[in-house]
Ligand binder design. Structure first.
Ligand code: GLU
Length: 282
């Protein structure tokens, strides 16, 4: 292990400064309520995605949206009777997803959203449509060769995410863990050395590592700590679940899922395992 543990004070200062800069990232959200009907016919449909995860859910500077989750969401919406222009995308930070669904602020969420029993107490999932694995993003000259080394690190992750919970409960209860609102807020700390690693799903980390401004700076540790099955979140007992499962299966059968993977995830060098079997049925 070649990492030097970042100091707690530096991490705290980083947390405060990043919390301040995080404000206002979603000031132009559509917000509002979801249509909830799933019926199409000229209505709008409101879909939760991430805004800062390249290759998955990204709001681009020109105000358009790109990524695997955006393409999956757009395909599903199409099967429900909505044109791409009828979709209102809403930013869905990890800790807000159950609340957004329960309040009816969104019709469904496609946002690197792992299916878990705890979340299923509050919401239902369709899918899964993708499988990823928890890993660490570290500076290119560092090494973390086993999970046993993580207890010695200062980590950054996101509040309300499965990777943060897994660090606290299972992998490294002694590690210092900075929990911010979004993963992209952790990148500055990783770059300037105030944190040793950013932890979340490998497919998300690969997207950051491949960004132009981080070329040659970061790499994945390759620890493959968990299986994260990404589901489409819906309200409890929503009829949308069955329709969304049908749409996902059709996307896979038509080869559109493979196309979406190649277009969105391929450029980061991430090798997908293929479409998982749909398990979240009524
Ligand atoms: N898939 C994990 C989760 O749902 C991590 C990614 C995220 O926070 O969106 O918590």
């Amino acid at each position: 292990m070649k990492l030097r543990k970042a100091s707690a004070l530096a991490a705290t200062v980083l947390a405060l400064s990043l919390t301040a800069t995080a404000c206002g990232s979603s000031d132009d959200d559509n917000g509002g309520s979801g249509s909830g009907s799933g019926g199409g016919g000229g209505d709008k449909i409101t879909v939760g995605i991430k805004y800062d995860q390249p290759g998955l859910g990204l709001k681009t500077p020109d105000g358009s949206y790109a990524g695997l989750d955006v393409d999956v969401a757009t395909y599903i919406a199409g099967e429900l009777g909505y044109e791409p222009g009828d979709i209102n995308f809403v930013e869905s930070p990890s800790a807000e997803r159950e609340n957004l669904l329960k309040r009816g602020d969104v019709d469904f969420i496609v946002a690197t959203y792992s299916i878990t029993d705890t979340r299923k107490e509050q919401v239902d999932f369709a899918g899964p449509y993708f499988v990823a694995h928890q890993d660490l993003l570290i500076r290119v000259d560092d090494e973390v060769n086993s999970v046993d080394e993580i207890n010695d690190l200062t980590l950054c992750s996101v509040a309300g995410s499965t990777p943060a919970q897994n660090i606290k409960d299972n992998v490294a209860p002694d590690a210092q863990l900075l929990e911010l609102a979004t993963y992209s807020e952790c990148l500055g700390g990783l770059e300037n050395g105030t944190v040793d690693a950013l932890t979340t799903d490998d497919v998300i980390l690969a997207g950051y590592a491949a960004q132009d401004q981080y070329q040659g700076k970061f790499k994945l540790a390759g620890l493959d700590m968990t299986d994260e099955f990404y589901g489409v979140g819906v309200q409890k007992d929503s009829e949308l679940r069955e329709q969304i499962n049908t749409a996902i299966q059709k996307m896979i059968d038509e080869g559109k899922w493979d196309e979406a993977i190649e277009k969105n995830v391929g450029p980061s060098g991430y090798v997908s395992e293929g479409a998982p079997e749909i398990t979240e049925t009524n």
